[in-house]
Design a protein around this ligand. Structure first.
Ligand code: SF4
Length: 142
């Protein structure tokens, strides 16, 4: 059995989170385009601390009383502070992958039907990377 290239999990609140495997076939580990383009903002309840959150506070900025964002992404088109490595080169990675915000978990390289995410295609093209091919095997779990 081959390892699926992405695993989608449907949450109790119907949000779909995507996990990417630690595999050389994972296109994200030679990309990082989304991590240096969007503002990565999220509900402050996800911040590590007394409320049961998990995102390291020292890597975040305050947007307002309810919203935080990853440092570096405050205005968009900036590189997330948790991103390690060179954009578009093998070995780039998220230093807090297990504790990344839900915003990152909801961004998937492939749509539910296996077609590539158009935003990935655009961001990869900006980095000189080849487009993603359609995916035949998108694993889903509860
Ligand atoms: S832009 Fe797409 S392929 Fe590139 S790191 Fe983000 S999710 Fe992965």
């Amino acid at each position: 059995m081959t390892t699926p290239l992405q695993v989608r999990r449907t949450r109790d609140d119907d949000r779909i989170f995507t996990d990417m495997p630690d595999s050389p076939d994972n296109p994200c580990i030679a990309c990082g385009g989304c991590c240096a383009h969007f503002r990565v903002s999220f509900y402050c309840g996800e911040l590590a601390g007394g409320s049961g959150g998990f995102v390291p506070v020292e890597m975040t900025s305050k947007v307002n009383e309810l919203i935080a964002c990853m440092q570096g992404t405050e205005t968009g088109h900036g590189r997330c502070t948790a991103l390690e490595g060179e954009l578009g080169k093998p070995g780039i990675r998220c230093r807090i992958y297990a504790n990344r915000p839900t915003t990152c978990r909801e961004f998937s390289p492939w749509e539910p039907d296996g077609t590539p995410n158009p935003d990935c295609q655009r961001l990869r093209d900006n980095l000189g990377l080849p487009p993603l091919a359609a995916l035949a095997d998108t694993a889903t779990s509860a």
